[in-house]
Design a protein around this ligand. Structure first.
Ligand code: PRX
Length: 652
């Protein structure tokens, strides 16, 4: 799809302006207004952020907005606040206690709704459980849960008493979970007996049992009863949520801890170029402010909105735009447990109809998959409540954009194509829906306060349509502070290529009107169905299979997923590559890393293209996997003849 995608966006000339009625009621109403705010925000970013920060509630005011030390940045030092307090108590104090904070739609069964007051009570009680269990400020807690309300409650309870949460996506398997727990030395894991997906039960607790075998830091596991399936509860270590929360010692009130602005809030692991995932660290005040402000303007949130982001909370999108951003704005946020097509391909559209969702935020992969099911599914539901649509996670091809606009948005909803990353904390490049004329496939312009640019290898600004590396030239409050336990990796990855400039790892171009177009990753990170997966991580799971000697994986274009994983595998001497072995290897990766990392295709290869120093030439493998006749320069290969065989055996 990459080539098709690039050709289609290069040809893309259509422009969609926001309707007059949308602009009239929006918080940012015109490009003129955006440009004015943007200009001022760049001229004096500290003033801009300080003004916005004063909308939050502080226990103690900050002294400095920003302090820089080399490539490390601190925001609002000496200030004190609490994130959960700002997401709950602040609104209750303002008289919004009876407003719905969270709507939970399960895969099967009855919807649950929590008002701000009810959520506050649940969070306070669970904070007391965590304290009762001996956890103290600064301790790490790993959360490995399905999309159930207890997940939101756990996060907010951690934030309330200063624990650092590290959420692991429920689609990851035991090895990935183990590595993440070990990296942050979590003292506790919160999980559930299982999770429902497509009418199947995924046994999360068993995965946790497996993972913690090699994690001596974990002393306690709290388990939510979700599926009523049989699990083993280890004495003294494993605790049922429902039993603990109803103990008489557990009270309804829990004081919110006064946190320093730069105290850690959470760690979220993401894939990089090496096999070891990076623990991205976000801190309190800057992160909260950034998700607060971006949510407010990008989604143009208004009091009556019902907002739904379909991401999983195990990813950054869920952290920032299901929980912290919406709740900081006193919005009503919907959380859905199940899969997009279960029980039928109109599940998403039914949920929109049922809850009269007004703002809908999803990934291009989901849009493409739903589009393939045909228009009859969305047409079977009333989607009139929608007023704004959004996308995130990967580039959206204009064809999917137009379908989303026409069939889901009934040609009246602006689409915010939001570019950002786990590291950025919140959205950096995006339309503002009441202001920005949209071009399908473009994330358009930087958010106020963000100095985005595209530079060439030598660091000079790229010309329009020339393309280059996407960089951010100034710090912003929501940016990562470091890689947990590895300052060097932080400096090298993000500030190693250009001095004092944040390297995003994406290639992009801007057009003659200054619109940004994101093209894809420039490193060994793949986006598979919008999920971020490192080639090195998948390879390490492939070679851990007993039959495999060596492996290299590359992403290949896929019409629905955007990209799929194509693996080249060299087997150990004497082992023959059969279809059955192929299936076993794929299962091995799924069992150890997770289903999302399963190779779509495995090509057995006697040898891989390597340089004389033994480096695998991925560029050549990628060309072969994509079926290119011309695979480029092969003169640096130790044995150029391997290319011929690999081409011959390519799996179509
Ligand atoms: O390649 C870009 C792509 O997703 C990467 C970040 O992945 P992750 O940390 O998992 O966060 C995803 C959700 C914020 C980016 O480096 N990406 C994200 N949004 C877009 C995008 N690519 C194109 N257009 C987008 N709107």
């Amino acid at each position: 799809m990459e080539k098709d995608y690039i050709t289609s966006i290069l040809k893309e000339k259509r422009i969609f302006k926001p309707s007059k009625s949308f602009s009239k009621n929006a918080s940012i109403k015109s490009m003129g207004q955006y440009k004015k705010i943007y200009k001022e925000s760049i001229k004096n970013p500290n003033k801009f952020w300080a003004e916005k920060a004063s909308e939050l509630e502080w226990f103690k005011k900050w002294k400095t907005v920003l302090r820089k030390k080399g490539n490390f940045f601190k925001y609002f030092e000496h200030g004190k606040l609490n994130v959960a307090f700002n997401c709950l108590d602040r609104h209750i104090k303002a008289g919004k206690g009876n407003k719905i904070a969270l709507i939970w739609e399960p895969e099967k069964g009855a919807t649950k709704r929590y008002t701000y007051s009810q959520l506050h009570k649940e969070v306070s009680r669970f904070s007391n459980v965590l304290k009762y269990r001996g956890l103290r400020k600064g301790d790490r807690v790993c959360i490995y849960m399905p999309m159930i309300p207890e997940l939101a409650i756990s996060m907010l309870a951690c934030a309330r008493i200063g624990l650092i949460h590290s959420i692991v996506f429920g689609g990851f398997s035991s090895d990935s979970l183990r590595d993440r727990i070990k990296d942050c030395k979590a003292k506790m894991v919160i999980t559930s007996d299982g999770s429902f997906r497509n009418n199947k039960i995924i046994p999360l607790k068993n995965t946790v049992d497996d993972a913690v075998k090699k994690c001596p830091s974990v002393k306690q596991i709290i388990v939510v009863k979700r599926c009523k399936n049989k699990i083993k509860m280890k004495k003294k270590r494993d605790i049922w949520w429902h039993k603990e929360i109803t103990k008489k010692e557990i009270k309804d009130k829990c004081e919110a801890e006064s946190m320093d602005s730069e105290d850690p809030l959470f760690i979220l692991h993401t894939s990089g170029t090496t096999g070891k995932p990076k623990g991205i660290l976000h801190t309190q005040a800057g992160y909260l402010l950034y998700v607060y402000q971006t949510f407010k303007w990008v989604f143009d949130i208004q009091d009556k909105d019902i907002y739904w982001c379909t991401a999983d909370i195990g990813w950054i999108t869920g952290h920032s735009y299901i929980i912290y951003g919406p709740l900081a704005n006193a919005a009503t946020t919907l959380m859905y447990e199940g899969a997009p097509m279960y029980p039928k391909p109109n599940r998403f559209w039914e949920i929109i109809q049922k809850h009269k969702v007004t703002i809908f935020y999803t990934a291009p992969t989901a849009i493409r998959a739903l589009m393939k099911q045909g228009d009859k599914w969305p047409k079977s539901c009333n989607l009139k409540s929608l007023r704004l649509l959004g996308t995130v996670g990967e580039p959206i091809n204009p064809e999917a954009w137009i379908w989303y606009h026409k069939i889901i948005g009934n040609k009246k909803c602006p689409i915010v194509d939001t570019w950002w990353q786990t590291e950025t904390g919140g959205i950096l490049i995006t339309p503002l829906p009441g202001a920005t004329p949209l071009k399908p496939g473009s994330a358009t312009f930087p958010f106020p306060g963000i100095v985005a640019d595209i530079v060439k290898e030598n660091g000079k600004k790229a010309k329009p349509n020339e393309g280059g590396f996407l960089v951010i030239k100034n710090p912003w409050p929501g940016m990562l502070r470091t890689v947990w336990g590895d300052d060097e990796r932080y400096k090298k990855t993000y500030f190693g290529k250009y001095k004092r400039i944040y390297l995003a790892g994406d290639s992009a171009r801007y057009d003659k009107d200054g619109y940004f177009w994101i093209m894809g990753r420039t490193d060994d990170v793949m986006k598979i169905s919008g999920h971020r997966i490192g080639t090195a991580e998948v390879e390490s799971h492939l070679v851990s299979h007993k039959a495999v000697a060596e492996a290299a994986v590359v992403p290949v274009p896929d019409k629905i997923k955007g990209w799929a994983i194509y693996a080249f595998v060299t087997l150990k001497k004497g082992i023959t590559g059969t279809d059955e072995l192929r299936k076993k290897i794929i299962k091995h990766v799924a069992d150890h890393m997770g289903h999302i990392a399963k190779p779509e295709k495995i090509q057995f290869a006697d040898d891989l293209p390597k340089t004389r120093s033994g480096k695998i030439m991925r560029r050549i493998l990628k060309a072969i996997a994509e079926g290119e006749e011309d695979v480029g320069n092969i003169t640096t290969l130790a044995d150029p003849s391997v290319v011929v065989n690999l081409k011959k055996d390519r799996i179509k």
